[in-house]
Design a protein around this ligand. Structure first.
Ligand SMILES: *Cc1c(COP(=O)(O)O)cnc(C)c1O
Length: 574
């Protein structure tokens, strides 16, 4: 994994700049601050970089859980920068947030469930504090895209309008209304369409003006995340967006301004919680190809001869006779022969060598047919079917579940492509298979900018045995690292932070990936115990004479080295 801090800096500045522009153009009277929700990627060096680059731009942090709050308190001391406390809270979470205010940290406790308000009031009394409080509104407007369930009446978070009205009454009763500083809503991540964003803003802005009408003196409106990333470049899919960052900012500002002016309430300071849009671009996963399963077969097997099973004679005939005039008929015959061959084998009629011949011949005919079909305008169907059957599988030294889990979990598209030999046309059609023993561990959906949907294969160069071949999976900086799991015990990859300057590049950090021992400790295996158990087995085998002392020593050495090593495939020492 290579991370590029320069990209983080550029993204932080871009988003900030996008909001500055409409502020100046339209005389918006509030301020803008971004907060980065650390759940998107909590890696220490990354969050430190964000805090560093955001220092002069008032970038704050958002936490969605108690552990995240603890991270944020330790990591950020930018004066005045906001710390937005979201998520479900217990007494400890709330008390920590309130006490942190006494350290001068700008924590705002956002009430996500109505019960939390009472906990906040209790804690305020206990510490004689005036906590900064926010309300998260449950909007009726739904977002769009893959995370559409994050909003709407049945969504998990936020206060309904009834709960908000009751909450205001409670705050008035407790003489805490002036503590209510922020209104928050969030309609889900990766919103593909600007119209969903606009509708939710209108509803959110109405909550804001109504709260003002009820006497609240809100300082902030926090419009959440949702700003999408154009993963596939199409502008019209769930892995894309139909707006720019600037359009997003313009719409946020102008919608709020219009509704506030209409109701004669002051313009609030605007807070955004864009996470994906800040960090997705900054990292790329590089992996090498280990080998290829290549089904193309230019050379047919030995010709079928008299005395061979009829099915073989039939397939030989198709191979010799197929041409552009009879391709449709031959394609049907070929499909039938394939099925017949398998049945005959199961019934005990066809021997294993004969079945192997049929399989080889099948791919020879398919390869020949594919070439003919590629020249025929009306043979699209045949071409599509054959290309799927004939495509190569490239075996890749990574785990989909660890490094691009959203590709598997939600069908998210990521740009995946070779990173060298780029002056050579990639002529092979391939799918990518990972190291796990899971048939879902593969990438079979690739960006197709022409149709705006996806392709089942990607173009890749011919693999040359003995030569390194690397590919990159791009835009993997948001969510993938922390959602990634240990399927088959493949751990975190090595990561480096590379900065570019006029003088060249520097490696700011090297973060070694998990060792086998580390990964095993997550599932309660202890290194010493494991080594001892294998050592005891070697003692017994030495006694029994089935292994020599030297061999036993070598086995223990390999075992210990394996435990200290990387979980992914390594090059053999030469
Ligand atoms: C996840 C989350 C975000 C970040 O959303 P992105 O779409 O990644 O910007 C912001 N706010 C809240 C409350 C969230 O849960």
């Amino acid at each position: 994994m290579i991370r590029f801090p320069n990209i983080i800096k550029a993204r932080v500045e871009l988003l900030h700049g996008c909001f500055k522009e409409p502020f100046l153009d339209h005389g918006y009277k509030g301020n803008y601050s971004g907060v980065y929700p650390i759940k998107v990627n909590q890696q220490k060096h990354l969050v430190q970089e964000l805090v560093h680059f955001g220092k002069n731009l008032n970038l704050g942090l958002e936490c969605g859980s108690k552990p995240e709050l603890l991270v944020v308190l330790a990591l950020m001391n930018t004066p005045n920068a906001l710390i937005i406390c979201n998520g479900f809270k217990d007494v400890e979470y709330i008390e920590t947030a309130i006490l942190a205010q006494k350290l001068g940290r700008n924590t705002i406790i956002v009430v996500d469930r109505k019960e939390e308000l009472h906990l906040v009031i209790q804690a305020a009394k206990k510490f004689n504090a005036r906590p900064k409080i926010g309300f998260r509104a449950k909007l009726n407007t739904q977002g769009s895209g893959k995370w559409v369930d994050s909003s709407g009446a049945r969504s998990k978070f936020g206060l309904t309008s009834v709960e908000i009205v009751e909450g205001i009454e409670t705050l008035i009763k407790e003489d805490l209304l002036e503590c209510l500083e922020l209104l928050h809503f969030h309609i889900g991540s990766q919103v593909p369409s600007i119209s969903s964003i606009k509708s939710s803003l209108k509803e959110g802005a109405r909550f804001y003006t109504e709260l003002c009408a009820m006497g609240a003196q809100l300082k902030y409106i926090d419009v959440g995340g949702g700003l999408g990333v154009d993963y596939d470049g199409t502008g019209n899919s769930d892995s894309s967006i139909n707006y720019s960052e600037q359009e997003y900012a313009n719409d946020v500002v102008s919608t709020l301004q219009a509704l506030c002016d209409e109701k004669g309430v002051p313009h609030p300071n605007i807070v955004t919680e864009s996470g994906r849009a800040l960090v997705a671009h900054h990292s790329v996963l590089i992996f090498n190809i280990l080998g290829v399963n290549d089904l193309h077969r230019q050379e047919p097997p030995r010709p079928a001869i008299k005395g061979d099973p009829t099915i073989m004679q039939d397939m030989q005939y198709i191979f010799e006779k197929v041409n552009k005039d009879n391709i449709f008929e031959c394609f049907n015959d070929l499909t039938q022969s394939k099925q017949d061959a398998l049945q005959l084998f199961t019934y005990g009629v066809l021997s294993l060598p004969h079945r192997a011949w049929c399989e080889s011949m099948y791919f020879s005919v398919a390869t020949k047919m594919f070439k003919i079909a590629s020249q025929l305008p009306d043979a699209d169907d045949i071409r599509a079917q054959l290309s799927q059957e004939l495509c190569d599988t490239y075996f890749c030294n990574f785990s989909v579940f660890q490094s691009v889990p959203d590709s598997w979990a939600v069908g998210q598209l990521f740009p995946v492509m070779p990173i060298h030999r780029l002056n050579e046309q990639p002529r092979r059609e391939a799918t990518l298979a990972d190291l796990t023993c899971d048939s879902d561990g593969k990438i079979e959906k690739f960006i197709d900018t022409e149709t705006g949907t996806y392709r089942r294969t990607t173009n890749i160069h011919e693999f040359r045995e003995g030569e390194q071949y690397f590919m990159g999976a791009f835009l993997t900086g948001a969510y993938q690292e922390i959602l990634g799991d240990l399927h088959n015990l493949f751990g975190d990859t090595d990561a480096v932070h590379v900065s570019l300057s006029d003088a060249g590049y520097t490696i700011d950090h090297y973060v070694p990936g998990d060792t086998v021992t580390e990964v095993l400790s997550y599932v309660q295996y202890g290194r010493a115990e494991m080594i001892d158990s294998v050592r005891q087995a070697t003692e017994e085998s030495i006694q029994a004479g089935s292994i020599t002392k030297q061999e036993a020593k070598l086995l223990i050495k390999h075992y210990e080295e394996g435990l200290s090593g990387y979980t992914y495939l390594e090059e053999a020492d030469t």
